[in-house]
Design a protein around this ligand. Sequence first.
Ligand SMILES: [Zn+2]
Length: 329
Amino acid sequence: MGRLKVSLRNGIFVESGSTTYALDPRGAVKADYTFVSHAHLDHLQQGAKNGSTILASEETCLLAKARGINIPYGPPDKVEGSLLLDSGHILGARAICIEDELLYTGDAAGRSRAFLGKCKTKKARVLITESTFGTRNYIFPPISDVVKDVNRTIGMMFDKGRPVVLMGYALGKSQILSHLFSSWSPLYLHEEVNKMSEVYRGCGIPLKKGRPIPQDLDELKRSPWVMVTPVMSYRNALIKRLKKECDAAIIAFSGWAADPGYRYSIGADFAFPVSDHCDYQELLELVREVSPELVYTTHGFTEEFAADLRKEGFDAKPLDGHQATLADY
Ligand SMILES: [Zn+2]
């Protein structure tokens, strides 16, 4: 069994014998392999430095390119010593298993929704798991219940002649929303959403081609419609106009919508907890599936989730900012 060492160097740094891995580095780090889990901006570094070989899915490279960041796609999903697993978070998102000993989830989904599945896992001795929603108040309802509620809400709005804006992150959530609510028409897509959806379509995901938002809102005043946009606050100029001139109802989608205050903070009329991350229960299930000897938590409620895992009998500690306390594995 090889010796693994986990530390922090501009992100997570793993040494496995003489082979080094930078996991989602936030800047240039010298390593044999640089793993880019997915194409959200907080996980993209500006290309590989010092001859590092990139480990990322082809979809991640295509999405990054569409966002103006060049990640050279070269190796297959599997190179010697490591294995990439679909993490279900957004198109192309991957977890990585190193030497059959360490699993790093990146951002991970806990359930199937639309065309994406949940994070695939593998038994590992050391687990580095995300903990974005790592406290017990973040439990999301089943997707099928949310879809029913949202369709009922859109129907009610349409009956009153009111159009509906569906808001979610431009990359990931918006494409899920476009797919889940594609039966409504006409469907308008915000430019930023459509740019990302084009990459999804190119990768074979059947997303309806919506109409672009017209400059002149007159076309939007005649009858109800559905529009998918990035998350924008009530102070955004477009949102203000859509509310004032079209009486549009704003529906926001986020895991944070489990907080009653979320809807008010962005000024939405409705908010539904739909997330591309695991909820608290799904995080626990993920850890049990991997059955690790040691868990590091990263992102979000790292301290809280590690504490709950310890109560379950796992050796768990937050990774972020605790470099000095890290031991060799
Ligand atoms: Zn992400």
